[in-house]
Design a protein around this ligand. Structure first.
Ligand code: F6P
Length: 342
């Protein structure tokens, strides 16, 4: 059996650990051969490959990024995309594909599986917003990076009696903000799922100053003000999805807080730092177990599935479960953190 492997979408720490586990188990236990497809779906679409075996996977476990490269190419948006993929898989003698990616990559995998391509999915995203799995790898690393930043910002905020607004990733879901906010002892956490009221935010800022300590706000990049709450966004601030333009809400909030409270405020946008560098031990462990389960599914001839963490178990679920509705922070989970606000 010859197996193709690809990584698509935004990269995240742990991708290399998945590739390594897939290849090692595939070669050592099943005698499979592998081929790496470059840059997500662009690889099978354009027939761009690289050798992939145990030798290529040496030393990659602690490395962030992906040795295969990544892109957001979608073959369904390209003329004859599906046929070109089928032709290139046949030309490479590929019997099965392991596709490692997020919502978009697995969405493509789901449709290809329906069209007869033998594919197994592995879910990844630092945002942790894929349904069907309790956690995705990359999330723990991102939360740790954000938490370390918050820890550091507490001391400088206190020295200068400033408000520090920390903008973290999370276009649709506030998992990184909520987890790092709780872990880092933030005073306010703002997430896309719960539009915020700027007056309430300013009241919490003032309350925090009254206790002598400086306020730290953690805000997801996709957080938005509640309609009629007094803080409006200019048209240019909103992207095509109706979300605040990525990378903008932290600065906007800092400015608004300064104007309304008179306190000095600074914004720190963590951005792609959260996606880079070495994965945490948890992410290496989770990614490795995902990879082992994915190649077992290939060996069992079970396709159209993705691997998932359920409790302590790594299971296989229909691909569609990971690509349906996003997994969002519930009002109850958000409410639990309120006791630390202010
Ligand atoms: O989906 C993961 C994610 O990290 C989001 O949180 C973020 O908005 C997006 O990717 C950034 O993507 P890009 O690297 O394409 O700018």
């Amino acid at each position: 059996m010859r197996v193709g492997v690809l990584t698509g979408g935004g990269d995240c720490p742990g991708l290399n650990a998945v590739i390594r586990a897939v290849v090692r188990k595939g070669v050592k236990e099943h005698g499979f051969e592998f081929v790496g497809f470059r840059d997500g779906w662009r690889g099978p679409l354009e027939g761009v490959t690289m050798p992939l075996g145990i030798a290529e996977c040496r030393g990659i476990l602690p490395r962030g990024g992906t040795i295969l490269g990544s892109s957001r190419t979608n073959p369904f948006k390209v003329d004859d995309g599906v046929q070109r993929i089928k032709d290139n898989l046949a030309a490479e003698g590929v019997d099965a594909l392991v596709a490692i990616g997020g919502e978009d990559t697995l969405g493509v995998a789901t449709k290809l599986a329906e069209l007869g391509v033998d594919v197994v999915g592995v879910p990844k995203t630092i945002d942790n917003d894929l349904s069907g799995t309790d956690f995705t790898f990359g999330f723990d690393t991102a939360v740790n990076i954000a938490t370390e930043a918050i820890d550091r910002l507490h001391t400088t905020a206190e020295s200068h009696h400033r408000v520090l607004v920390v903008e973290v990733m999370g276009r649709h879901a506030g998992w990184i903000a909520l987890h790092s906010g709780i872990a880092g002892g933030a005073n306010i956490v703002l997430i896309p799922e719960q539009p915020f009221d700027i007056e309430e935010v300013c009241a919490l800022v003032q309350q925090r100053f009254e206790s002598r300590f400086a306020p730290i706000l953690v805000v997801s990049e996709g957080a938005v003000p509640r309609d009629g709450s007094g803080m409006t966004l200019q048209s240019g601030d909103v992207d095509a999805f109706g979300h605040v333009r990525l990378g903008g809400i932290g600065d906007r909030l800092a400015k608004e807080i300064e104007e309304r409270t008179g306190a000095e405020a600074r914004a720190v946008v963590l951005g792609h730092v959260q996606r880079g560098g070495t994965p945490t031990a948890f992410d290496r462990w989770l990614a490795t177990r995902f990879g082992l389960q994915a190649i077992s599914a290939v060996a069992d001839g079970e396709f159209g599935v993705m691997v998932a963490l359920r409790g302590k178990d790594i299971v296989r679920v229909p691909l569609i479960e990971g690509t349906g509705e996003l997994k969002l922070v519930t009002p109850e989970e958000y409410a639990e953190a309120q006791v630390f606000f202010g």
